[in-house]
Ligand binder design. Structure first.
Ligand code: ZN
Length: 410
């Protein structure tokens, strides 16, 4: 690892030189490209293909820079500070990523990265990837801890029977994921301190069932003789314009608009967002600007799902009894757990970490995200607007709290 003490990070002022457009630039990993091979290509073949085709793409002109121009690019680079201020030093020392080393080819870098990724995929060992970024990339390694085993998810089960609300809860939220074949939902109970319990989850075939879930079904409040109904509901409206199933989106729009207060549309944002969620009002049917939605339109939350997926996984790892911990009801089964671990965080070609589906169905995970964003302060004040509710009146003092009685310790 070399140390370049006098470099500035201003684009175009220092770093290796593009042989095509003479733009100075530090080499960014995201601009090292290679030919992707079909998914079923065996590992060694895939890595060899990447190694053979790896090249660099200039950040300015987009031209390819092959290995034979690599040495020239580095030799003709500008490695000194270009500006000096009279008032404060503009010099900044930082470590240069290894891909500035003249001893490596683009293929070497691609190979090192793909081998590290392979180790992670095959054995779950993240050490090589960590070394790649820390040692080679000079980028601090950051990754949230993600639970990837079903049994670990199921260790969040507690003694709470299904369809029963703990006495500490102040509200119930529900997330519904709409699929062509039906509706996956979760009902989650929340305490003031953001501790939460999965009360119910399941699959319905029709909008009639969904209607009953929202407006008729109630849940026993543990030991109180009272029953609680849903406070807020989020329904996924599908991919929206240009993608997904438009007729499903249209059905969801009409349904939500007729539900009124407390029932919201939900749409995961595919773009980078400035906030974690944003409210929009949809006045007309999807793709038909002139056809108004009956009932005066619907309220749709556009949500940064990556943020809430991080949050859900972080909360799953909070110690039993601590505020914000996530619990599952006693009978939660493998089907639920499998869907929660269906996604993992992967580093994309743009260098950013994104949640991606790596195995099986992910509908309960999506439904959990919807149920979670409804209690966020950004969503009409979240749980903050809930008074200590009728349920709190029924908390008997001195009894052991449900959340302390977890089946297996985590
Ligand atoms: Zn260029």
């Amino acid at each position: 690892m070399e140390t370049a003490a006098v470099l500035r990070r201003d684009p175009g002022t220092a770093g290796p030189l593009c042989p095509h457009c003479r733009h100075y630039q530090f080499i960014a990993f995201k601009n090292i490209r290679w030919q992707e091979t079909p998914k079923d290509t065996p590992g060694p073949e895939r890595i060899q293909a990447a190694k053979n085709t790896a090249h660099y793409v200039c950040e300015k002109c987009g031209e390819s820079i092959e290995n034979d121009s690599r040495a020239w690019m580095l030799q003709n680079g500008k490695w000194k500070a270009v500006k000096k201020s009279a008032f404060k030093p503009q010099k900044m020392g930082f470590r240069l990523p290894s891909w500035h080393s003249p001893w490596l080819t683009w293929g070497d870098i691609a190979e090192k990265f793909l081998k590290a990724m392979q180790a992670k995929d095959e054995t779950g060992d993240t050490e090589p990837l960590k070394n790649f970024w820390n040692g080679w990339g000079a980028e601090p390694w950051k990754q949230i801890a993600i639970i990837t085993s079903e049994s670990k998810i199921l260790s969040a089960r507690c003694e709470l029977p299904p369809q029963v609300v703990p006495r500490e809860a102040v509200a119930l939220t529900c997330g519904i994921d709409c699929q062509k074949q039906g509706f996956y939902f979760v009902v989650r109970a929340w305490a003031k301190d953001m501790t939460s319990w999965l009360v119910r989850y399941g699959f319905f075939l029709s909008w009639e069932d969904v209607h009953r879930l929202i407006f008729e079904d109630t849940y026993e409040i543990e030991g109180s003789g009272m029953r609680a109904s849903l406070w807020r509901v989020a329904i996924d409206t599908g991919g929206g314009e240009g993608e997904g199933d438009r007729s499903m989106t249209e059905e969801a729009y009409s349904f939500i608009a007729q539900c009124g207060k407390g029932v919201f549309g939900f749409k995961g944002s595919s773009r980078e967002m400035t906030g974690k969620m944003k409210l929009t009002v949809i006045a007309s049917k999807p793709g038909k600007k002139s056809v108004p939605i009956p009932g005066g339109g619907l309220r749709l939350w556009v949500v940064d799902t990556d943020y809430f997926k991080d949050l859900f996984h972080n909360r799953l790892q909070i110690k039993v009894g601590d505020p914000g911990a996530v619990y599952l009801h006693h009978d939660t089964d493998k089907d639920y757990a499998r869907q929660i671990v269906s996604e993992e965080k992967r580093r994309g070609r743009d260098g950013r970490y994104k949640w991606v589906r790596v195995r099986g169905e992910n509908h309960y995970f999506d439904a959990e995200i919807m149920a979670s964003c409804l209690v966020d302060p950004v969503c009409y004040g979240g749980l903050g607007v809930q008074k200590a509710s009728i349920m709190a009146d029924h908390v008997s003092q001195g009894q052991q709290s449900t959340k302390q009685r977890v089946i297996k310790s985590r």
